[in-house]
Design a protein around this ligand. Structure first.
Ligand code: UDP
Length: 236
């Protein structure tokens, strides 16, 4: 197997499926099945979930809520998504733990690195909610940081496009997809893979990033087995 321990980043927006807001139960179920298929290979799975389908910090300004307050609201949104994902995974027979960057003990465990690693070793899927617990960060940064902390082999950024393109493939028909990029290339070409904080953290720690289409059934499994070239890998 290519990877032993993975960190899967799912955006909140992905969870809303075709709906304009909130959580789509079919999408949730689909993700649970995809994750189950790789768990069955014995791969250790940690997940960071976003909150954009419910609330984003930058939205706050329009609501006359200040940025920091808005960011905390965004972090709480990720916990709601994490709880939904946890339920979906458990329904499909998997063992999970939700760990939060903000303490809320009635709902989930606080993030404790050693404990997270222990859960993974025991075969539990660990979902990291509430980002890193600080405003002015994103869940992409959370994904990079947690991946480094738990010594994951890779950050898998599940999106709705099958990799990194030279331009937005939904707008530019001439856009070409890259199979592989170095961190330097990705940076110098100005490719929008993750925010810079998240990206730099991966680069500094030599942590590969794979951008792939999470919505295509079977993709996650193919990525793990290496049976097919999926997405774009950014590594040295
Ligand atoms: N957020 C934050 N600190 C973190 C992670 C998230 O302040 O460590 C807030 C931020 O306001 C962000 C929101 O939570 O807009 C939701 O996360 P994000 O936008 O990254 O979710 P995604 O785009 O992946 O759905």
């Amino acid at each position: 197997m290519k990877y032993k321990r993975i960190l899967l980043k799912l955006s909140g927006e992905a969870l809303m499926g075709e709906k304009g807001y909130g959580i789509d139960p079919d999408r949730l179920e689909q993700y649970a099945q995809e994750i189950k298929s790789v768990k069955e290979l014995g791969i250790e799975v940690a997940i960071v979930i976003g909150g954009g389908n419910i609330f984003r910090g930058v939205q706050a300004e329009h609501l006359t809520i200040d940025r920091v307050q808005g960011d905390y609201m965004g972090m709480l949104a990720t916990v709601i998504n994490g709880m939904a994902l946890q339920s979906a995974l458990e329904k499909s027979g998997l063992y999970t733990r939700l760990m939060s960057g903000i303490k809320m003990e009635q709902v989930c465990e606080p993030f404790i690195r050693r404990r997270a690693v222990r859960h993974l070793e025991k075969g539990r899927i660990v979902i990291f909610g509430a980002g890193i617990g600080n405003p002015y960060f994103t869940t992409d940064s959370t994904a990079s940081l947690r991946a480094v902390e738990i010594e994951a082999d890779v950050v898998l950024k599940g999106t709705r496009v099958n990799g990194v393109y030279s331009a937005d493939p939904e707008k530019d028909p001439k856009a070409v997809r890259f199979d592989k990029l170095s961190y330097e290339e990705a940076y110098s070409k100005g490719l929008n893979i993750m925010d810079l904080t998240a990206f730099t953290l991966c680069q500094e720690n030599n942590l590969p990033i794979v951008v792939f289409d999470m919505n295509k059934p079977g993709n996650l499994l193919k990525l793990m087995t290496g049976s097919e070239e999926i997405g774009t890998i950014i590594a040295n």
